[in-house]
Write a protein that binds this ligand. Structure first.
Ligand SMILES: Nc1ncnc2c1ncn2[C@@H]1O[C@H](COP(=O)(O)OP(=O)(O)OP(=O)(O)O)[C@@H](O)[C@H]1O
Ligand SMILES: [Mg+2]
Length: 455
């Protein structure tokens, strides 16, 4: 009998070892070693010796540059997340939960690119060409320059690339692709690593913008070695709540643009719809004139976004009160509760506190602090807030309200949506003027803000 040799790989850093470890000697992570059959043949073109260009080192000032050319994808939200379009020859990894709409997004993108006159090859290892066609019919994504293939062997894919010579290539998904030289199963650490290396060579070498779809693990990270994320130029996550129809596209790594931008889509029968004005969406179900509800003007990258923030304060049944935060940082909420207790004399120790950002959005900038403080105080005192007020500002430990960036843009967005007053840090008001139709109220402390908001 032939003895099958196995090796262990760390899924975090790709460390190889002949035996199993609880803690990876390479990166120190626990429980990340997985067993795989060892690859038998080493061919050139695998990770080692990836680029051998035979070029000489040059002084940096002599290297030709110029703006990165960008291909507009026809989907504005995607362009925004990528930093203004797809860079030819770049390798992009898109991850997301099962069924979130990765294939839908990429099929729509492929269609838009093909419509713009580019040649697109969409390779699916998960769905048959018929299935893809059915989906394309539903999405209205039938265009003659869009080529579809159901294939998962690397050789077959390379052949197809040579035939079609695409400008834009989609691989759905990297976990289904396999190299016959590597003996472990598709989706395993070594397969994913080697196949990605191969795609990197193809995309850089032939200038093909390539998108790889990646599965995610139970913990939400892209399945396969962590190294995968280092190898590609951009990593995008497509996320959303199971119970909401909208989806967020977020860049966690981008070599050609900022990573603060998010793209917002709504999933409909006819595919993903871009949401150009997210504030309207997030405020659409807001109850008016109730205690505990405020509107916060937040920034997601360069885009202002108004979101409803709700708080509920109710007396507790337990020895220690419950504190729950959805969409905002739990620690910030605890800090603000402590500030309200100490500086404002609110007795919250025997009160449960729930804070929730409506619509399942997550905001992690400190500018939401003031809205949290006002919502909690409003619910605690049972005093409704004004329906046409918007808040933003960071709260410090002494109860002061600190300046935040991009105040002007936040105010403009509030004015655009018909709000009447903005309560903001006084220090953020210097050097600019807001629109006439909106009143700006600068505050220095949480006490000032409450006096204005809950009078
Ligand atoms: N007829 C339809 N009407 C409305 N929405 C639909 C319809 N068919 C599919 N969808 C939506 O599309 C989603 C599936 O999208 P898609 O197949 O692109 O996801 P995926 O991320 O590629 O999934 P997987 O990880 O399985 O490949 C479904 O969860 C559903 O929300
Ligand atoms: Mg899919």
């Amino acid at each position: 009998m032939v003895k099958v040799k196995t090796k262990f790989f760390c899924t975090e850093c790709g460390y190889e070892s002949p035996k199993w470890y609880g803690k990876c000697p390479g990166c120190g992570s626990w429980n990340t070693m997985v067993e795989e059959t060892e690859k038998v043949v080493k061919t050139q073109g695998l990770t080692s010796g990836l680029f051998h260009t035979k070029e000489k080192p040059l002084p940096i000032i002599n290297i030709e540059s110029g703006q990165e050319p960008r291909i507009q994808t026809g989907i504005a939200e995607l362009n925004r997340v990528l930093g203004g379009g797809v860079v030819p020859g770049s390798l992009i990894l898109v991850g997301g939960d099962p069924g979130i709409g990765k294939s839908t997004l990429l099929l729509q993108t492929s269609h838009e690119m093909a419509k713009a006159g580019l040649r697109v090859l969409y390779i699916s290892g998960e769905e048959s060409t018929r299935q893809t066609k059915l989906r394309a019919e539903r999405l209205g994504a039938l265009s003659p320059e869009l080529y579809v293939l159901c294939e998962s062997s690397m050789d077959g894919i390379e052949e197809a690339i040579d035939q079609v010579k695409p400008d834009f290539l989609v691989i759905d998904s990297i976990q289904t692709v396999y190299l016959p030289e590597v003996t472990s199963a598709p989706g395993s650490v070594s397969q994913v690593r080697e196949c990605t290396a191969r795609f990197m060579r193809i995309s850089k070498g032939q200038g093909i913008a390539t998108v790889l779809v990646g599965h995610v693990t139970k913990e939400g990270a892209i399945a396969g070695p962590r190294m995968l994320e280092h190898m590609v130029d951009s990593v995008l996550y497509f996320e959303g709540e199971r119970h909401h129809s909208y989806r967020l596209l977020r860049a966690v790594k981008n070599r050609f643009g900022s990573t603060n931008e998010i793209g917002i889509f709504e999933m409909k029968e006819a595919g993903l719809d871009e949401v150009a004005n997210p504030s309207e969406l997030f405020l659409s179900e807001r109850p008016l004139g109730v205690a505990g509800s405020t509107v916060v003007a937040s920034m997601e990258g360069t885009r202002p976004m108004l979101v409803e923030l709700q708080a509920l304060i109710a007396s507790t049944q337990f020895p220690s009160p419950r504190r729950m935060a959805t969409g905002v940082d739990h620690h910030r909420m605890n800090l603000i509760i402590a500030v309200l207790e100490k500086r404002m004399g609110m007795f919250l120790q025997n009160q449960d506190a729930y804070v929730n950002l409506a619509g399942g959005v997550k905001l992690d900038e400190p500018a939401v602090d003031l809205a949290i403080a006002v919502s909690i105080a409003s619910s605690f005192r049972d005093l409704p807030t004004k329906p046409f007020d918007v808040f933003f500002g960071e709260v410090g430990l002494t109860g002061e309200v600190r300046a935040v960036s991009r105040a002007e843009q936040r105010v403009k967005e509030a004015a655009k949506l018909g709000f009447k007053r903005v309560i903001l840090p006084e220090k953020s008001m210097k050097g600019w003027k807001g629109p006439k139709e909106i009143q700006l109220i600068g505050v220095n402390t949480v006490a000032d803000a409450l006096a204005v908001a809950l009078d």
